[in-house]
Design a binder for this molecule. Structure first.
Ligand SMILES: Cc1cc2nc3c(=O)[nH]c(=O)nc-3n(C[C@H](O)[C@H](O)[C@H](O)COP(=O)(O)O)c2cc1C
Length: 427
């Protein structure tokens, strides 16, 4: 069976799959529940001393499940940092959580948040955690709650720190100098210049980057004509589709710096984990999946990841880690015609033996180029002068009967899987 063991900042980890900062790392009782599922690592719930223990609004999790099947895993959350007083967490929950992690061979990563660039608001946590035996510490510099309308004490907390490369540099520099434990900088997905922030924290001595914290979000209940939950902007968790975005943000980092990265954002299944590994993550985190689908989702991912690696004949993670990073390029650099031909050089070819005549391609063709003939046994008719060669029919066909073909050469360009062939210049 495939070996999931890996290393992160020089530390041995039994699996790349873990749980990012949230309740499950905040209490030993909850840590045990996720540790028993076979995870390799667990980040503590962020601790702080900003304005006394956080009093979260209750209720604080607002599920969007009833707003449509595509939102079944999505929610907004007005929960903030750890609600326990810091000293109590340090004296009781931290040692107990470390004990649970030791018992299960799980790497525990601490998480803390200070205020702005003031080192005195960060360093005491780092020293306390290091003294307690925490082996790596994440700076929660990406939290969404402080982005808009935060109370005065929060305005330099969370996401604002990860949006500005200079601020990110100064916070990381002080923290990395203060302790002999790897310091991990946590990004916000709201950052538009991820590459610059990554370079800044690399320069400052961060040992790794964690990408990403939650989005910023709110929801409106159209039936009641009010906001859902708290009438405020807060943490928005978008479920599995968020992964499209988190992968793009991940690659901005992994294609730029050499630092190890904890990736995540919408990871729900084993193949989501594989995608993040291929995108250059050392570790892949799950968080809202555990809330939306239960702790068992972690054990399932562990089993399915091993069996997928076995099926592919991969003995270890090395076969998939970072495999696509070098292929990333700017879209503007992708080869294309100097001028787009009026009639598309690429046309869909429909395999009649597979076509079920469901009509989906004709209904969805955005250019109106496909039409059902109404005669049984016939593939949809193509009006080549309207076809734009877009490939939508290829991706939408439920039975994979449509391929995009280079008309002049007859060579296949795309069957809906993997990267399109670089066909420009084909005769
Ligand atoms: C209930 C909840 C609490 C969270 N608390 C924290 C926190 O205290 N500190 C932090 O850095 N991230 C926190 N996060 C963000 C997650 O660690 C993670 O970065 C984010 O949710 C994206 O991953 P996901 O799509 O797997 O949920 C929290 C997320 C959730 C859902």
């Amino acid at each position: 069976m495939a070996d999931l063991a890996t290393t992160f900042c020089g530390l041995k980890v039994k699996s790349p799959v873990g749980v990012t900062s949230c309740d499950f790392g905040g209490h030993a009782r909850l840590a045990r529940r996720v540790a028993e599922q076979g995870i390799g690592w667990l980040v503590g719930k962020t601790v702080h001393r900003i304005d006394g223990p956080h009093r979260w609004p209750r209720p604080h999790f607002y599920s969007l499940r009833r707003f449509g099947p595509e939102l079944r895993d999505a929610f907004v959350s007005s929960q903030m940092f750890h609600h326990l007083p810091y000293d109590r967490w340090l004296a009781e929950e931290l040692p107990a959580t470390l004990e649970v992690c030791r018992e299960h061979g799980v790497l525990f990563i601490g998480s803390c948040c200070g205020i702005g660039e003031d080192p005195e608001t960060w360093i005491p946590f780092l020293r306390d955690m290091a003294a307690a035996g925490v082996e790596a510490i994440e700076l929660d510099t990406g939290g969404p709650h402080a982005t808009f309308g935060a109370v005065a004490a929060h305005h330099a907390v969370g996401a604002p720190l990860a949006l500005d490369p200079e601020t990110a540099y100064r916070v990381t520099l002080e923290c990395a100098k203060a302790v002999d434990v790897p310091i991990i900088f946590k990004m916000t997905p709201q950052c538009v210049n991820m590459a610059e922030v990554s370079l800044a924290v690399e320069r400052a001595g961060a040992a790794a980057i964690s990408a990403n914290n939650a989005f910023y979000g709110l929801w409106i209940d159209h039936e009641t004509g009010t906001f859902l939950g708290v009438p405020a902007a807060m943490g928005g968790l978008m479920g599995r589709p968020w992964q499209v975005y988190s992968l793009a943000k991940l690659l901005e980092i992994t294609a730029t710096v050499q630092l190890p990265v904890i990736g995540g954002g919408g990871v729900f299944t084993y193949d989501d984990v594989v995608r993040h590994l291929m995108g250059g993550c050392s570790l892949v985190g799950m968080c809202s999946a555990v809330y939306a689908r239960g702790v068992e989702v972690l054990g399932k991912v562990d089993r399915e990841l091993r069996s997928w690696l076995d099926q592919k004949g991969h003995a270890s993670l090395a076969a998939v880690q970072g495999t696509v990073v070098q292929d990333l390029r700017y879209l503007r650099e992708w080869p294309r015609e100097t001028e787009m031909a009026d009639e598309s050089p690429l046309l869909p070819v429909i395999d009649v033996s597979r076509c079920t005549e469901c009509g989906r391609c004709a209904r969805l063709c955005p250019y109106g180029a496909l039409e059902m003939t109404g005669r049984p046994g016939e593939a949809p008719a193509l009006e080549t002068e309207h076809c734009c060669g877009c490939g939508w029919c290829t991706g939408q066909c439920p039975v994979g009967a449509i391929t995009m073909v280079h008309a002049a050469s007859g060579r296949m360009v795309w069957d809906g899987r993997g990267t399109i062939a670089d066909w420009v210049g084909w005769e």
